[in-house]
Structure formats: C-alpha cells, structure tokens
Write a protein that binds this ligand. Structure first.
Ligand SMILES: [Ca+2]
Ligand SMILES: [Ca+2]
Ligand SMILES: [Ca+2]
Ligand SMILES: [Ca+2]
Length: 358
C-alpha cells in the first residue's frame, strides 16, 4: 500500500517550496534591475552623442559674411580668472557676470559657456564710416542709407545683435534707434551679447568698418536644474530675462570647451595631447590662459581652426550609486548620488574659416 504524505511532511515541503520561489523571484528582480540599469546607461550615452552632434553642427556654422569664426566663437572658461583679468578677443577668458544666468565660475558651477554668432540673412552688410557719440555712422547702400536696404525695412534693425568688423579689430554691439532721416544714416550701438569677450569700444575696430547683423546665442549648463539652455538677448540690454532662455536638453551635467589653434607650428595639423604645450587650450587643467601668453606666446587668435566640445549627460542608476566624471579642464570630478554620468567630446572644424586667408 502506498503511504500518503503526513501533514508535517506536507508543511515542510510547502515551506521549502516557498523559500525556493522567493529566492528565484528575488533573482529575477535583481536581474531585471541590472538589465534596466544597463539599457539606461546605453541610452544615456546615445543621448550624449546626439546632443554633441547638435552642438558641433551649430558651432560649425559660426561666423559668415565678414565675421571670422574667431570673432564668432566666444568661450567663457570656468577655470579662468574673471574679466577684466584677461584681455578680450583672445579666444578665452573667465566667466562674465550676467544677470539672470548662473555663475559659471569654477568656484560656483564650473561649466563653460559658449556664445556663437551666426550671420543673419535679410540684413545687408553696411559700411560704417565712423562714430558720432554712441552712434555708428552708416554709409549709403543702394539708396541714401544702407539701413533702408534691410528686407524688413529700417525698423527691423532695432534690438538686433551685430558685429562690427574693422581693420584693427572686431566689436560686439546691440542696435537701437536706427535713423535715416534728415540726411543722417545712423544707429545707436551699445555693448552686445558678446561684450566682455569681444571689445565694445567702437573706436577700437578701425574705420572704415563693416556692420554685420548676427544671431547671437549663449549656450550654458545650469547645474542646479541639470539643463542645457540657450540665452538670446532679444532686447539687447545685456541681462538674461526668463523669456530669453530656452531649454535645449535636460539631464545635462557639464559643458566644457577647448579651442584649437594651428600655431605650434602652423602646419595644418592640430596637436592634441591634453598637455600645456599642445595646440588646444583648456583641454587640461594647467593650460595657458589665452593666445599670446606662455606656451601660446607665438599663437594668434586668427589661428583658431577647431573647437572641441565636451558634454556630460546623466541618467538615474541606483546600482552605480553615482560615478565620477572629469571633463577636459574641469578642476575636480563631478558626481551626483544615484546618477550615472556619460561623457563624450568631439571636434568641430569651423566651416566659415575657408572664406578667409590669414
Ligand atoms: Ca573649461
Ligand atoms: Ca535681455
Ligand atoms: Ca599645428
Ligand atoms: Ca592644452
């Protein structure tokens, strides 16, 4: 006769079975968490690369018209001393104090800022013959005053950003109160969105000069919200109002920039060894401050050919607990609890360079 299970045997079997099932379920859950975590890390690296490609493509379009890329790619390097310690128009400087933007200085947020200026269509390039007070004196275009030749008419100049290109240099201005009446052809030109990186003294450019209207966009990372944003100074007052800010991408934790100058030597090749004596600035923590100094004493601003752009994008990851990333010349690694950080860097060859001979 076959003997059945006793109650005790039955209960023991149930307990053992439940332990096995619980263990298996736990294993499945942790495998599942691992799979989710791994796929998040892959996705975030893809996102970082896509963001990188976007920034490279906009940087490649900087300049145009009479504006050289070296006056159209403006960098505020977080580890450099604040202005006016560094002379402007040198290809690198510290963070400007701009109302409405987070302090990018290394002691505060430490992410670099990039201002790109791109030639805007719809506006003619006007000759500038000189200044009268705060006014630029503009030459004749097809008619009595070049300002009348804009496709949007005279008033369309108001509030635009512009670069003045002269024989002695370049200046960043905003434009106000265009005037073509009474025999005058003038526009008021206060400091523009690139001021403090580019000079603002109108007399410094040398006349005759050329007035070029540009789209000016300042890219920056706000580390408190982990967002990459653009600032467009639409009213030309030098302050960043909330309605002048646009979010480009969230979960961005760092932006670092390293301009490359073909000047050590000028041979068509850019030496990149993440060292003080290579041809990139700000790609290592102890780099020279700007062209004309130290290792870069024989390098000129006009030898800028390339911009290296690095971004750090993050995603939630309890498993990693938060890794450390130190991009280019950032003074110390950054880390955020339970955020996995992915970094990528690429180099943009500045396209509008081909227009100019040095
Ligand atoms: Ca930097
Ligand atoms: Ca403003
Ligand atoms: Ca070289
Ligand atoms: Ca370097």
């Amino acid at each position: 006769m076959t003997r059945g299970f006793s109650l005790i045997e039955m209960m023991a079997a149930l307990v053992i079975a439940s332990i096995i099932i619980a263990g298996a379920t736990g294993a499945v859950i942790s495998i599942n968490r691992f799979v989710v975590d791994t796929s998040r890390k892959a996705v975030v690296l893809d996102e970082a690369k896509r963001l990188e490609e976007y920034l490279i493509s906009v940087a490649q379009g900087a300049g145009g018209g009479a504006v050289r890329p070296n006056a159209a790619v403006l960098i505020e390097n977080a580890t450099d001393p604040a202005p006016p310690a560094i002379a402007p128009a040198t290809g690198g400087m510290g963070c400007r104090a701009i109302s409405g933007l987070p302090d990018c200085d290394d002691a505060q947020q430490g992410a670099d800022r990039l201002t790109l200026m791109t030639n805007l269509t719809g506006f003619p390039q006007c000759a500038v013959t000189g200044t009268t007070g705060v006014n630029l004196n503009v030459g004749a275009g097809s008619g009595a005053c070049c300002l009348n030749d804009a496709s949007g008419g005279l008033s369309s100049w108001d509030g635009m950003q512009a670069v003045i290109v002269g024989s002695a240099g370049t200046a960043s201005v905003a434009l106000n109160s265009p005037n073509a009446s009474g025999g005058n052809c003038r526009v008021v030109a206060p400091p523009g969105q690139g001021s403090g990186v580019l000079p603002t003294a109108l007399g410094s450019v040398g006349f005759p000069a050329t007035l070029v209207v540009v789209q000016a966009s300042t890219y920056f990372v706000d580390r408190t919200t982990s967002e990459l944003k653009i600032w467009n100074d639409n009213d030309g007052n030098g302050n960043a109002a909330p309605d002048e800010l646009t979010v480009v991408h969230d979960a961005v934790h760092d932006l670092q920039l390293a301009p490359g100058y073909d000047g050590r030597p000028s041979d068509g090749i850019l030496d990149d060894r993440a060292a003080d004596d290579d041809e990139f600035l700000f790609n290592n923590t102890t780099d020279a401050l700007f062209p004309g100094n130290s290792n870069f004493s024989a390098v000129t601003v006009s030898q800028l050919t390339t911009l290296q752009i690095g971004v750090v994008v993050g995603t939630r990851s309890e498993i990693s607990g938060g890794n450390e990333i130190q991009l280019l010349d950032r003074a110390a690694p950054i880390t955020t609890p339970d955020i996995y950080l992915a970094q990528t860097t690429s180099k943009a060859l500045l396209r509008n360079l081909a227009v100019f001979t040095q």
